[in-house]
Each structure stands twice: as structure tokens, then as C-alpha cells.
Design a protein around this ligand. Structure first.
Ligand SMILES: Cc1cc2nc3c(=O)[nH]c(=O)nc-3n(C[C@H](O)[C@H](O)[C@H](O)COP(=O)(O)OP(=O)(O)OC[C@H]3O[C@@H](n4cnc5c(N)ncnc54)[C@H](O)[C@@H]3O)c2cc1C
Length: 438
């Protein structure tokens, strides 16, 4: 079995370093898998409690923010929600939205602030639990064991592309939103963006602002107001207690997990995204993609319904805020009722990519999780881990960072820290239970 050399909290496989290591081990009381905000938060909490552990990160700390977001990406959530345990946002713009490089720096600074015991560049390839109840962890750097394991690998692993993407003519460049960087990285000409979740809308805006002719296939994602009646909608919802609602108390219960994120942006200080305004400025909107035949894309005739639905959700958020303001007798500026500035035709005719000069397609069609390497019977019929606030029915196995693990903010900066504090308590209780004689 390979052994990891642990020195000054970092791991090395370099044989030359073995002469100077402090100790060599292959067993850890706790192993954390994944070094994003979720894994780091758990490591911080365990370090505070003096619980020995080790963290394996396949790439580098903050990998997803650094390598899977476009250049102009800014947080959609306000900076004050960056409140990882022991490291709240301390910059001068709590109601702003930091850009990608600052998000990465926030995570790097967080790690530097407490020096987690991490090995970067070491992906866990297999996780099993043996007959003695010990977890076995296989990595490129060797095999390790642990009493307890926290899986903090996020929920966005594999770009989700419709199989019909395979039918696209080879001379049209196609890429997933996680691979999109900036307008100049795409071939000249018009661009089709498929999908109007947060990524699709923001990428369409990025291209539109750069002067590219954008075609956008609009799905059923809802939209959110940004600033409303003097405050960011997120600030209002926070004040109203929405983010404190645990999933089991949410009116939609588990179904809320499947809900697409509301589209809006933090770019240029933050603003809402109204696709109708883009249409007025020349962006070509289409319904949901239905089929591809050669270079011809067919769309459903649902553009009007999708835009109306997005507006209705935005209006319902405004209504909730209005009711709260009235109930609490808060002094807040009044805003005019939203009037749709553009209305589409009832049908969405097919689009010939070549005729429209479209040379590239960006698939902003989301992600799926891949826990295929977790060979522990902990998954439900949909392949999702079963858990109560991250604590699985398999003793010693935990998840963190998943959307709606506990609350709205569990899969975001906002509340992953609260989940980490909770899980660290569970890990500590389990460890002390195991240590108790007899
Ligand atoms: C486009 C987009 C925009 C978002 N915008 C916001 C926002 O504005 N505000 C907000 O709060 N949240 C936002 N989120 C949600 C969320 O904050 C991010 O997805 C965040 O990256 C989740 O952090 P995490 O630590 O749970 O997972 P990740 O950041 O995905 O980190 C997981 C880490 O695990 C590593 N890993 C994976 N598999 C293994 C393995 N087998 N072994 C070892 N390591 C492994 C990866 O390399 C990665 O570094 C956004 C998400 C997306 C996709």
C-alpha cells in the first residue's frame, strides 16, 4: 500500500521527502473529499474542534470557480452572503457581487487563514466501507482508510447535454456553458445559446453586450427581481426569513430541489435580466429546443408562455415583498407595475443555423451529479444520496454542499457554513461515541 507523507499539514508522494517527514500514515479519523467552499468549511470546523482529518482535492482549491466559470462571471448572490465559518466577507462592498477572480481569492485566502491538512491534485477514485465498518479510499496517490468520510464534491459534475447535440454538423462549434470563457473565444458570427437558467441568460448577455448576434432558446426557468423597493430582493427574502426555511418545512418539500434557479445577474453592480428587453435590442428569442435535423433547429411554440411564466414568478416575489412591507409597516419607495416591453409571436419557426450565420452553439443545459465512485449503498431510486441534513443512514458517511441539503443556501456560500458547523458536531459525537470504552 502506498503511504502518504504528511509534513506541515501537506501531503506529498515525493520519495525524496520521506526522509524528512514528520510521520507517515494511511489512516485518518476523518477524510473530507473535495476542496471547494463546502470541504474547506468542514475542515475549518474540525480543526477548531481538534479533530484530526485530511482533505483530498482532485484539482486545486476553488477549482470549480476558477476553471468552470466564464471570464465576466460575478456572484449572483451578494457578497455579505460569503460567510464561510471564521471567514466572513470583509471587503468594502457587502451589497456588491465579487467577480470570479475575487471569488477564487476569497477561497484561497480562506484556506491560507487556517492551513487545512489538504493534498491537492489527489482525486478519490473509489470509496467503500469494509466489513469492519472502516471506509476504504482509493486514490491515484494510494489507498487510505478513515473512520468517517465527508463527501464535499459539489453537485455539478458532468455537463448535461441533450443527445441531439450529437446531430449538429461538425463545422459548428459546440460547447457546454462550463467551457465558455468569453465572446472572443467563439468563432466569429452569430451564436445560439440553448437554455435560460442563470448560466444561459448571463452568457447570452455577455455575447449580446459584446455586439454578437445572439439567438436564445428560452426554457421554463423563472426570473427574479434584483433591486426592488429600495433593497436587493435577496436582502428582503433574508429579512423575511425565507432562507431559514429547512427543506422539510418548505411548501414544495423535496420538489424544490428540481426547481431551476431564478435568472438575474451580479454583473456591473447587479441587475435583473429581462429577456424581452434583449429582444427589443435585437436578440432573437426562440422557444424550448425540440429537435435538430442537420443544421435546422426546431423549437416548441412556448416562448410566450415561458416569458410570461418567468414574469409571473418575478411578480410573485415582488408581491411577497409588498405584503411583508405592508405587514411590518416599513417605509419603502413604491415602484411602478412591470409592463412587458415586448411580446413574441405565438409560434417559434425553425432556425436554419447556416442561413442565420450561426457558427457556434453554447449548451447552457445544466449539470448532473456523478457519485459513481461512491460504492456505498446510500443512494435513493433517483441516484441521489439519502440523508438528513447531510447525515446518511450509513454510519460515518456525510454529504455537504448539495443544493437544498438543508436550506436554500446549503448549495451556496450563504449557508454551507451552517451545515458545516452542524456536520462537525455530528462527526465529533460519532467519534466520541466510538472512543468510549465498552
Ligand atoms: C454557474 C454557477 C453559478 C453559481 N453562482 C453562485 C452564486 O452566485 N452564489 C453562490 O453562493 N453559489 C453559486 N453557485 C453554487 C455553488 O456555490 C457552487 O456550485 C460551488 O462551487 C459549490 O461549492 P462546493 O464546495 O459544494 O463544490 P465545488 O465548488 O464544486 O467543489 C468541489 C470540489 O471537489 C473536487 N472533487 C470532485 N470530485 C472529487 C473526487 N472524487 N476526489 C477529490 N476531489 C474531488 C473538485 O475538484 C472541486 O474542487 C453557482 C453554481 C454554478 C454552477
Amino acid at each position: 500500500m502506498n503511504k502518504l507523507a504528511v509534513k506541515n499539514n501537506s501531503l506529498s508522494l515525493d520519495d525524496d521527502s520521506l526522509s524528512s517527514v514528520d510521520y507517515i500514515t494511511s489512516h485518518f479519523p476523518v477524510i473530507i473529499i473535495g476542496g471547494g467552499q463546502a470541504g474547506l468549511s468542514v475542515s475549518y470546523c474540525l480543526k477548531q474542534q481538534g479533530i484530526a482529518h485530511h482533505l483530498f482535492e482532485k484539482n486545486r482549491i476553488g477549482h470549480d470557480w476558477r476553471s468552470r466559470r466564464w471570464d465576466s462571471f460575478c456572484l449572483v448572490t451578494p457578497n455579505w452572503q460569503c460567510k464561510l465559518p471564521g471567514f466572513p466577507y470583509s471587503g468594502g462592498d457587502p451589497h456588491g457581487f465579487i467577480p470570479k477572480d475575487e471569488i477564487v481569492k476569497y477561497l484561497e485566502d480562506y484556506a491560507a487563514s487556517f492551513d487545512p491538512p489538504v493534498s491537492e491534485g489527489v482525486g478519490v477514485e473509489q470509496l467503500r466501507k469494509n466489513d469492519e465498518g472502516v471506509f476504504e479510499i482509493s486514490t491515484r496517490a494510494g489507498n487510505y482508510t478513515a473512520d468517517q468520510v465527508v463527501i464535499a464534491t459539489g453537485g455539478y459534475h458532468i455537463p448535461s447535454l441533450p443527445r441531439m447535440a450529437e446531430r449538429l454538423p461538425a463545422d459548428i462549434v459546440q460547447l457546454h456553458s462550463s467551457a465558455y470563457r468569453n465572446p472572443d473565444s467563439l468563432p466569429e458570427g452569430a451564436v445560439l445559446v440553448v437554455g435560460t437558467g442563470q448560466s444561459g441568460c448571463q452568457i447570452a448577455e455577455d455575447l449580446h453586450w459584446a455586439g454578437r448576434q445572439v439567438h436564445l432558446s428560452v426554457g421554463s426557468a423563472p426570473r427574479s427581481p434584483r433591486k426592488y423597493r429600495g433593497k436587493d430582493a435577496i436582502d428582503w427574502l433574508d429579512e423575511m426569513g425565507y432562507y431559514a426555511i429547512p427543506i422539510h418545512a418548505h411548501p414544495k418539500k423535496e420538489r424544490v430541489k428540481a426547481q431551476a434557479n431564478h435568472y438575474l445577474t451580479g454583473r456591473n453592480g447587479g441587475h435583473e435580466i429581462d429577456l424581452r428587453k434583449f429582444a427589443l435590442e435585437g436578440m432573437k428569442l426562440h422557444g424550448r429546443l425540440a429537435d435538430i435535423q442537420g443544421a435546422t433547429f426546431a423549437f416548441r411554440d412556448d416562448l410566450k408562455a415561458n416569458l410570461d411564466n418567468a414574469d409571473a414568478v418575478s411578480q410573485s416575489i415582488k408581491n411577497m415583498i409588498d405584503q411583508y412591507i405592508a405587514r411590518e409597516k416599513i417605509e419603502a419607495p413604491v415602484e411602478p407595475q412591470y409592463q412587458p416591453p415586448w411580446t413574441p409571436a405565438d409560434d417559434s419557426p425553425p432556425l436554419d443555423l447556416l442561413e442565420a450565420g450561426i457558427r457556434s452553439v453554447v449548451w447552457a443545459t445544466g449539470y448532473r451529479a456523478d457519485f459513481g465512485w461512491v460504492e456505498v449503498p446510500v443512494f435513493d431510486g433517483r441516484g441521489e444520496p439519502s440523508h438528513q441534513r447531510g447525515v446518511t443512514p450509513v454510519a460515518g458517511l456525510y454529504f455537504i454542499g448539495l443544493p437544498w441539503l438543508h436550506t436554500w443556501g446549503s448549495g451556496r456560500f450563504a449557508q454551507v457554513g451552517e451545515d458545516a458547523v452542524y456536520l462537525a458536531e455530528q462527526l465529533m459525537k460519532a467519534a466520541s461515541h466510538k472512543a468510549r470504552p465498552g
